[in-house]
Design a protein around this ligand. Sequence first.
Ligand SMILES: Nc1ncnc2c1ncn2[C@@H]1O[C@H](COP(=O)(O)OP(=O)(O)OP(=O)(O)O)[C@@H](O)[C@H]1O
Length: 324
Amino acid sequence: MILQMKNMTKLYEENKGVRDFSLEVKKGEFISLLGPSGCGKTTTLNLIGGFIIPDRGHLFINKKEITSLPPEKRPVSTVFQNYALFPHLSVLENIAFGVRYFKKFQKRKALVHAKEFVDLVGLEGYEDVNIGNLSGGQQQRVALARSIATGAEVLLLDEPLSNLDASLRGSLRRELKELQRRTRVTMIFVTHDQGEALSLSDRVVVMDHGRIAQVGRPSEIYDFPKSSYVANFVGKTNKLTDKRGESFFIRPEEIRLKKNEQSPYQIVEKMFLGHQTELTLSEMPGDKNRVDVLLFGKEGRSYEVGDRVDLLLNTDAKLRVGER
Ligand SMILES: Nc1ncnc2c1ncn2[C@@H]1O[C@H](COP(=O)(O)OP(=O)(O)OP(=O)(O)O)[C@@H](O)[C@H]1O
């Protein structure tokens, strides 16, 4: 275990902040902190980075207590959303700066060391280019290289992909995962994007109003959410009622449809996305309770807004909320 947080608490006015955050992280793990705006993700990251000192609680890295150590004395490095690079320095100089600062290397040694990390993030040939002349994705790679080159044992990433457009986000997500696999650096990644959290993480920490709502492997969180909050935040969930009047949750992809003009359910929205089609159903005209259905491939093409449909539910596809 590399990182241990025990009941870490930092409260602002109106009891906002983070409360009793306890988590143990193994060396080389990729952990995502996931939750809506204001749930306490950045505060948690800042507690680990040392930018905030907790009201109470303890933080250990490699069994050594570092709760009150300043950021520069911690074996931790942060990759900020805005990258925080020096615009007037080159790629190599930016990376070498971190190395000199944290490893106390002489300039020449730092530049040689930095070169390895330019290569690691695939920026060979860009060593002398000024940061201002790089694309957002390339700047992100420099910021990652700079953090990894410091030799930090834990990397903190605060929504590092959020300033990039959708297609670049996808490719950098894959690169980040690959980089983590190669370097085995422990990463704590803040995001409000569930796709990002599920696809990248060894474990996901879902947060709600400053508290941990659930910690688990991505598939555990998705298939066995501890609460309706988690079920709704991670993936879409429908709440339906069975013949006995008992309500249950079901994921949109677990519902199939069959056309039936007598059915009370009507398709009110259709979103064709090529490989999949998202349909929204309403039970009665004007009903606010909507049912989301996700159909794959050609299946979605045969339905149009206005069609009346029966829902075909597989009973064992009901989501088991709070059963583990
Ligand atoms: N310096 C501060 N002073 C007062 N309140 C703060 C401060 N920093 C954070 N908070 C409050 O603490 C709560 C948690 O904030 P935090 O920034 O950690 O959330 P977050 O999950 O990272 O949100 P976002 O995704 O919007 O960045 C919020 O209600 C926020 O308003």
